[in-house]
Design a protein around this ligand. Structure first.
Ligand SMILES: [Zn+2]
Length: 357
């Protein structure tokens, strides 16, 4: 009996040690303690009683008989208790097993989740590290000028360049700048709303000559407001006339536009606007690019870049000092299509700006 109780107590201690927080184990340990305490208290008493009995009443048979009767009832109690203990132990083991299974399942789930997170992080890192070749850009928000260089690796100059356009034209060196020689003629044209501006591609044979280099007019397009500023002040719109030399050098002429009288060339362009974006129309009439030039031809000049991705540098800029005019209605029409399509001014970075006297 004592052995049995001790065994049960041990099991309970072991079980409760392995799961200190389990109320069932705690209850079993308590039970074990309650059962074993009186028993162990009984032990010295029984021993004390038995000892004198053995010494004083050794020859008497009566106490022996009463001892055998009490031993039988003790056996019954032992059987009953052992059954109880076995039952409780089984319940405890079952509990422990369930707990172990749940813990294993939780660990498996946590492992799977961690693995998934690691894979996602690795994929994100790979995407971040991969060279980007995006083509979508705009003038505002995530795809706006501040992020152009992040959209496409080939557009790095948009942020790293130090010869970027547009700029605020101030503190120019006043010199006798050579006259730009124009050789423009009425020409066929096509136009498109390319998603960034209205662009007019002009038929061949329109040239300018600057510094012994001949450039041919490729196209002209519009910005609102003007990208360039003169002493911090811009205008409502600007026309850029883009030219290219036989060697591929680019020269752009900027003509600022203020509110006033209608602009003849602009009206022809607006009259022939394609109905859909990205649809190119080629009207059967001609335009004269000379109509895009102001009367007076003094200008600012500096080395800059394209004002849109890929922000290529090495562009010769010439900005006429005299603005032209366009009517409020003509400007309103463009603003419905493009309320804002101007890159902000860029750092001059110590560049020389020359201007006509
Ligand atoms: Zn432009």
């Amino acid at each position: 009996m004592r052995n049995l109780i001790a065994l049960f107590a041990c099991s309970c201690v072991a079980l409760s040690a392995s799961a200190a927080n389990d109320p069932a184990a705690a209850a079993a340990a308590k039970l074990a303690a309650s059962v074993s305490r009186p028993a162990s208290a009984m032990v010295p008493a029984a021993t004390k009683k038995a000892e004198p009995a053995e010494k004083k009443a050794e020859p008497k048979a009566e106490p022996a008989a009463s001892s055998s009767a009490s031993s039988a009832s003790e056996e019954d109690a032992e059987v009953e208790l052992s059954a109880k203990i076995a039952q409780r132990l089984a319940a405890l083991r079952e509990r422990q097993q369930a707990r172990a299974t749940a813990a294993a399942r939780a660990k498996k789930l946590a492992d799977a989740k961690r693995k998934q997170e690691e894979q996602a992080a690795a994929a994100a890192a790979a995407v971040a590290a991969a060279p980007k070749h995006g083509t979508v850009w705009s003038y505002e928000g995530e795809t706006g000028p501040a992020n152009w260089s992040k959209i496409n690796v080939d557009w790095a100059k948009c942020s790293t360049g130090n010869r970027q356009s547009p700029i605020d034209l101030r503190d120019g060196i006043k010199v006798n700048l050579e006259q730009i020689s124009f050789d423009y003629h009425p020409s066929s044209f096509s136009e498109v709303n390319n998603g960034h501006t209205i662009q007019v591609t002009v038929g061949g044979g329109n040239f300018i000559t600057v510094g012994n280099t001949v450039y041919e007019l490729q196209e002209f397009h519009f910005h609102r407001p003007s990208e360039e500023k003169i002493n911090g002040k811009g205008t409502e719109m600007v026309i850029h006339l883009v030219h290219k030399s036989a060697e591929g050098k680019i020269a752009i002429i900027a003509v600022l536009l203020e509110r006033g009288q209608p602009h003849r060339l602009m009206q022809t362009v607006w009259d022939n606007l394609p109905l859909e974006k990205f649809e190119t129309v080629s009207p059967s009439i001609v335009i004269d690019p000379t109509d895009a030039l102001p009367e007076r031809r003094e200008y600012f000049t500096y080395m800059g870049s394209l004002t849109e991705p890929p922000c290529t540098e090495g562009v010769l800029w010439m900005v006429f000092k005299q603005p032209m005019q366009a009517s409020p209605a003509q400007m309103a029409l463009f603003s419905r299509l493009y309320p804002l399509n101007a890159r902000p001014v860029q750092s001059t970075a110590g560049r020389m700006i020359k201007e006509s006297n």
